[in-house]
Design a protein around this ligand. Structure first.
Ligand code: 13P
Ligand code: SF4
Length: 391
């Protein structure tokens, strides 16, 4: 039997939570000293203070002017997101990457699958850069291309449509593109289900079992009509169970969102009966079922934005976004559902020193950490992404 490998990103995530409320950026050297294994960069960037980095990044941006567009995902740390020209969730950022054709270079402050998607959707004349190549995603690492190809070999003649969450490799998106499938994000998973059921009778949903299950239950599909595909035990599902299923859920999860619990929601309500519990659909179904509101990071941001002054919000998503919302709306009581400080450890890998490094590289005429996707993967993945963008 294949040895079960827990992605290194998942292991790092589990050791990344802290009770230290003062979660501030330190020099890159100090952050390395905690034992993380991030991309190595020239020594002179390692000791720069966050303040020195801020000034130099601003200077480098001024020098490059409109040549560079910096996109930032909501989960980026404050010292990085402040330099983003545009911010968004994974759907909005992919849309922006497909629309903003003026900048020669897109620097993607987010994780690898997002930068890869931007590379596929941007024009062939644009280059996409990921500041730290080690910034991956533990959920995306739970579905490797070979495992998905093996799974598809068993399913391909069974009227099944592959639907992949954005959090997956370009090769998995390409497999979906070639097989009538589609990409989705947390803001359009229901519409992706509509699309898939107009093409086939069953969905293979990769790699987040929770987003898949939450969407399916919302869609009126019963738990008994779903099966869980464990890539390490594919034979555990019988042909009969596969045949009678409506959704095959890949056994993957987000290490950040699965920390939230019903107990935490109960505690928040015990402390304030008027609190609104607002969570991301990557949370487990018991948490989603107890929540008052559920949606993507862009939805969470909009809900807090339009909430009345004095209202209370217990939020189940990545802490950098929650803290930013709390700071932006001091007239509202915004806090994280989990008392523990648990940033997404891979989003956190984009330290401002990396941003300065790639910006100064561009000034010197070098595109450091350029994301490349081969032509045929790009073509097929774009099919699945374009289907999503036209939902
Ligand atoms: P959205 O940006 O789609 O809300 O997803 C959150 C997330 O976990 C990104 O990896
Ligand atoms: Fe991946 Fe979860 Fe981090 Fe998003 S929050 S990048 S799904 S590990």
């Amino acid at each position: 039997m294949e040895r079960i490998q827990i992605p290194i990103t998942e292991l790092e995530q589990s050791s990344f939570c802290t009770t230290e409320s003062n979660f501030r950026t330190k020099t890159l050297q100090e952050e390395f000293n905690t034992g993380v294994r991030w991309q190595r960069i020239p020594a002179r960037y390692m000791k720069l203070s966050p303040e020195a980095l801020r000034v130099s990044i601003q200077g480098a941006k001024d020098a490059l002017r409109d040549e560079v567009l910096i996109l930032g995902h909501h989960y980026q740390r404050e010292d990085v997101i402040e330099h983003a020209d545009l911010q968004g969730d994974s759907y909005l950022l992919s849309k922006l990457a497909s629309e903003k054709r003026e900048a020669k270079i897109i620097i993607f402050c987010g994780v690898h699958f997002m930068a890869e998607t931007a590379e596929i959707l941007s024009s062939s004349k644009q280059k996409v850069i990921l500041p730290n190549m080690a910034a991956g995603c533990s959920m995306a690492d739970m579905a490797n291309t070979k495992q998905v190809e093996d799974c598809w070999a068993r399913l391909k003649d069974t009227d099944t449509i592959p639907v992949t969450y954005m959090n997956s490799t370009a090769e998995i998106k390409a497999l979906c593109g070639r097989n009538n499938g589609i990409v989705c994000t947390s803001s359009n998973a229901k519409e992706a289900f509509d699309y898939a059921y107009s093409k086939g009778k069953r969905i293979l949903f990769i790699p987040d079992q929770h987003l898949g299950r939450n969407t399916a239950l919302d869609y009126g599909i019963r738990e008994e009509e779903m099966v869980l595909w464990d890539p390490y035990r594919p034979q555990a599902i019988s042909d009969e169970d596969l045949d009678s299923s409506k959704v095959i859920l890949w056994k993957g999860h987000c290490s950040v969102h699965t920390r939230f619990s019903v107990k935490q929601a109960e505690a928040a309500r015990a402390a304030d009966p008027n609190v609104n519990v607002l969570v991301h659909p990557e949370c487990t179904n018991d948490v989603v079922s107890t929540a008052d509101y559920v949606g993507s990071t862009e939805y969470i941001k909009r809900m807090v934005e339009k909430a009345p002054s004095g209202s209370s919000w217990a939020i189940g998503t990545e802490v950098n976004l929650v803290k930013r919302l709390a700071h932006t709306y001091p007239d509202k009581n915004v806090f994280c559902l989990d008392e523990m400080i648990c940033p997404c450890s891979t989003m956190y890998r984009v330290h401002p020193a990396y941003l300065l490094w790639v910006l100064e590289g561009l000034i010197a005429g070098i595109a450091i950490n350029e994301i490349k996707v081969d032509k045929s993967t790009q073509r097929d993945a774009k099919l699945a992404l374009d289907r999503m963008l036209s939902l």
